[in-house]
Design a protein. Structure first.
Length: 188
């Protein structure tokens, strides 16, 4: 599950984690295609791509996640919500024992949890001086609050290229990331 830094920033907008194995409906597919085109245009940094401010609804973003997640056996369902004041949340139904990682934390978590787990995360997107970070305000698995000491190992297991100690550089000319209720806005 390796990701380049540029792809990671797009995934991190999701707030940490990966995708769902559910097939997308036709309507979902339309939303997914719309978001994929936006991310492709951003990646290409194409001046012909239009506006300097791009808005993505949480419905379209979740459709894109569903399509991207089809090959992730450990994810059963996921939804991301964008809230006012750069707040975002994630709800993910997963089976940690299916994560393909031989590391200590993956083994520890798979011995602690059987069957499916409901992971809920909430946090704040911060953008400053051309860099981006996501500050986790709360994280729980099956309604059990996960302490900050376990957040970094869990994130490093699920997103090995994401270093919680360093803000990421905003790629592709992006200058700001904002959220409001149900909408993610990217500025460049």
């Amino acid at each position: 599950m390796t990701m380049t830094k540029n792809n990671l920033i797009l995934i991190i907008l999701v707030m940490i984690l990966c995708m769902t194995g559910l097939a997308a409906s036709e309507a979902d597919s339309d939303g997914a295609e719309k978001v994929e085109k936006i991310f492709t245009d951003l990646t290409l940094n194409d001046p012909q791509s239009g506006t300097d401010e791009i808005s993505i609804s949480s419905d379209d973003f979740n459709s894109w996640l569903a399509v991207k997640a089809r090959d992730r056996d450990y994810i059963r369902d996921i939804s991301v919500g964008f809230r006012d004041n750069n707040e975002a949340d994630l709800s993910m139904d997963m089976d940690i024992s299916k994560v393909e990682d031989e590391g200590y934390y993956a083994a520890m978590l798979s011995t602690m949890f059987e069957g499916h787990q409901l992971l809920k995360a909430a946090g704040t997107i911060k953008v400053a001086e051309g860099h981006f970070s996501f500050v986790i305000n709360s994280l729980s698995i099956n309604e059990v609050i996960v302490t900050p000491a376990l957040v970094a190992p869990l994130v490093s297991m699920l997103l090995p290229d994401y270093d919680l100690t360093k803000p990421l550089e905003l790629p592709h000319g992006i200058t700001d990331i904002r959220t409001s209720e149900g909408v993610l806005t990217i500025k460049r």
